[in-house]
Design a protein around this ligand. Structure first.
Ligand code: ATP
Length: 348
């Protein structure tokens, strides 16, 4: 059992604020993903949970006990890093066994624990190899097994897939999800990859410049982004965003007008996702020449240029047109997201 409470934790170095007032309870067995661009404070937050970094302010509690003053080794957490940090002169078996030796676990239990952990990540055949004789994916699995073998209450994972190629990333991602479920361990996972976040998380925390922007299930943050930053960070392609003015329920820019919206009059940012709009023969609210077309396999991404901005729409995979052809795009008003022009906060 491990519920982690982060009570208004901040990290400052001099005047620089790395993490600002992070306040969240991570439920027992939850898979929580910290997501955001480089430098937003994800790793620092995780290092504070691990005890590798002191919080300048705030309390960290595990199952109700304040752990701020506990050494990393005395916290019941196991970390998996982007760099696997394996011992090059130890074979796989000894690398996995290492935490058991360091922690003075009864040696008569080591063999069974190492074999169980290595079986979980399908490394049974490689136990006698040295790290240099393994592929990147296999090394990452040794790092995972080394975390598993400790039977911790908390897994902390910092971009564990980022050194793997695309295919291996997908299969290892599934394996991590599976393991965390099977082992029923509270997991905090750091990534800047929104697809990883969406596929792994029970809840996602989106961060920007040390400040939490939104906490929610993948569906919540995708369907109801709290502000224009989250809207533009989640989803591929990013949500289309246009600056304009609301007046009497109609959004307008120099190039387009979208009616039947509900937001107060004044400047706003309007957003919609590529899959929520349609290319139509005529009569859509956006009429512009095609800038690029990309075949996605199951669909065609059509991007037009309107004013200085690019707007993408997902069309049928059989859609055919030429660059520079004029197209018409229908944007259903009920699929539009509206954000305050100044603060970026979601309206309604
Ligand atoms: P990335 O995805 O690039 O790893 P991140 O979101 O994990 O980024 P952090 O490593 O948490 O970001 O860093 C947050 C901010 O704090 C960054 O701007 C970083 O430069 C700064 N920072 C980190 N460690 C220190 C330090 N020891 N002294 C001063 N500033 C630091």
């Amino acid at each position: 059992m491990a519920e982690i409470q982060l009570r208004n934790i901040s990290k400052r170095w001099g005047a620089f604020v790395g993490v600002d007032n992070f306040d969240l309870t991570i439920a027992d067995k939850e898979f929580l993903v910290l997501l955001g661009p480089s430098g937003c404070g994800k790793t620092t937050t995780m290092r504070m949970i691990a005890g590798l970094e002191d919080a300048t302010e705030g309390d960290i509690l595990v199952d109700g006990q304040r752990v701020n003053d506990l050494e990393p080794k005395d916290r019941d957490v196991a970390m998996v890093f982007q760099s696997y940090a394996l011992y090059p002169n130890l074979n796989v078996y000894e690398n996995i066994r290492f935490p058991l030796r360091v922690r003075g676990i009864d040696p008569s239990t080591h063999d069974e624990k190492v074999r169980r952990a290595s079986a979980m990540v399908e490394l049974d055949e490689f136990l006698h190899r040295k790290p240099a004789e393994l592929s990147g994916g296999q090394r990452q699995r040794v790092a995972l097994a080394r975390a598993i073998v400790r039977e911790p209450n908390v897994f902390l994972m910092d971009e564990p897939l980022s050194n793997l190629d695309a295919k291996l990333r997908v299969s290892t991602r599934a394996q991590i999800k599976n393991l965390s479920h099977e082992l029923a361990v509270t997991t905090v996972y750091v990534t800047h990859d929104q697809i990883e976040a969406m596929t792994l998380a029970d809840r996602v925390v989106v961060m920007k410049q040390g400040v939490v922007q939104q906490v929610g299930s993948p569906t919540e943050i995708y369907d109801k982004p709290a502000n224009d930053f989250v809207a533009s960070f989640i989803g591929s392609p990013a949500m289309n965003l246009m600056s304009g003015v609301m007046s009497g329920g109609t959004f307008s820019t120099e190039y387009t007008e979208i009616q039947n919206l509900s937001a107060p009059d004044g400047p706003v940012t309007l957003g919609f996702r590529a899959e929520d709009a349609q290319v139509v023969d005529s009569g859509g609210q956006i009429n512009a020449p095609i800038y690029t077309m990309e075949l996605l396999g199951d669909a065609t991404m059509v991007t037009v240029r309107i004013g200085g901005a690019l707007v993408s729409v997902k069309a049928d995979k059989s859609y055919r047109a030429e660059i520079e052809d004029m197209v018409s795009i229908h944007v259903p008003s009920e699929q539009c997201h509206l954000f305050d022009a100044q603060t970026g906060a979601r309206l309604g």
